[in-house]
Ligand binder design. Sequence first.
Ligand SMILES: [Mg+2]
Length: 81
Amino acid sequence: MEQRTLLKLVEELNELATVLLQQHNKPHKNLQNEIEEEMGDVLMWIKKAKKSLNKKAIKRRIEWKKTKLQLKEKFNSDWEA
Ligand SMILES: [Mg+2]
């Protein structure tokens, strides 16, 4: 991955994390616009960074995470029933 892309992605991830934490810590404030902007920035740099990575490996990981989440949700709903 190109160094500039890597650093821009880290910078934008940091900005998104910061605004998400601000929203969590100050729930009375509405930071939706800022969150949407930072998420857009992150997604743009992820899209660029993905070009030099193995897309199939990323897709497999996403499917694995989705499956794990579904199992967890099913387990929790069965547990609560
Ligand atoms: Mg930004």
